[in-house]
Design a protein around this ligand. Structure first.
Ligand code: ATR
Length: 284
């Protein structure tokens, strides 16, 4: 049996074990996927003990997903990184190679892009997108967003220097796609957008959405990378101003699908699993 897990702190509410169990069942893959709480400062030790326990039981540890606050520790622990993980400087998926080495990838950005383009049905090429936030969540998605061929991508953040640094790191990639990539302060964002993505923790704190509603074009897609109560403030704001709100549940399933494909070489039916998870979450 191959073993996988999600490592985080906190991790008890993670939906990843449920999602991967559905992927495994629907693709006929035999695997086990659990969750591990790592103490702060104890990420690498948790990975090591997960691998050692699997080996002691005669199983193979295939990899793990990594969530808050360990995505930077995971990047540091990996012996090789995908290009998108290197650009994000953060890793959400580790794959344990047969020779014992650890490969790090970041599937958050492609998960967001696939949710917007496939599940929400909004192709991003030639569109204008506003990304609110410049922390780890924003850094994880900027590269894959640029790869879609957007016309304009604005990063807006409370601490504008962080937005500037993120934009600088991605400037060559933006140039390669002829995308206008800009950094602005939250209250100074010029123009309006087809898609607005909230990658800040502002809703979690119960704070108001930190940008003016004028950023929303009529019928714009407004995506919060969180779901449940944490996304409610942003979703209500979007609806009240004529936008189409979308929470982060689809991104969660799509980043998991990409990790599953990386580990197993099989693409799971993510749209079906998203529909099932939506029913489960709505009923909770
Ligand atoms: P994460 O990994 O979730 O991105 P993070 O790296 O701590 O966490 O980043 C949090 C993001 O939310 C940052 O962009 C932060 O803005 P600052 O860089 O100025 O700190 C943003 N954020 C958090 N609370 C906010 C609030 N109340 N209003 C606006 N932005 C907020």
């Amino acid at each position: 049996m191959d073993r996988y897990c999600v490592i985080g702190n906190p991790v008890e509410h993670s939906r990843s074990p449920w999602i991967h169990a559905r992927f495994a069942a629907l693709t006929g893959q035999a695997l086990e996927y659990g969750r591990r709480l790592a103490p702060l400062g104890g990420f690498a030790a948790t990975v090591d003990s997960f691998r050692a326990e699997a080996a002691a039981a005669g199983d193979r540890a295939g990899g793990c997903n990594v969530t808050v606050p360990f995505k930077f520790d995971a990047a540091a622990m990996a012996q090789s990184l995908s290009g998108r993980a290197r650009l994000a400087q953060a890793v959400n998926t580790l794959r344990f190679e047969p020779d014992g080495r650890i490969h790090g990838d970041n599937t958050d950005g492609v998960g967001l892009v696939n949710d917007i383009e496939r599940n929400a049905g909004v192709p991003l090429a030639g569109r204008d997108l506003l990304l609110i936030g410049a922390g780890g969540a924003a850094a994880g998605v900027l590269g894959p967003l640029l790869d879609t061929g957007l016309r304009r991508l604005v990063v807006a953040n409370r601490t504008v220097d962080k937005a500037v640094a993120l934009v600088r790191r991605h400037s060559a990639q933006a140039l390669g796609h002829s995308t206008a990539l800009e950094a602005w302060a939250l209250d100074a964002v010029p123009g309006s957008f087809d898609v607005v993505v909230n990658a800040t923790a502002s809703s979690l704190a119960g704070d108001a959405v930190p940008v003016p509603a004028s950023v929303l074009r009529p019928g714009a897609l407004a995506v919060d990378m969180m779901y449940g109560r944490a996304a409610a403030g942003f979703m209500d704001w979007a609806s009240a101003h004529g936008a189409v709100p979308r929470d982060g549940l689809g991104m969660l399933v799509e980043q998991a699908a990409e990790a599953f494909a990386l580990w197993r070489g099989v693409r799971p039916p993510s749209a079906q699993v998203l529909a099932e998870l939506r029913t489960l979450v709505d009923a909770a």
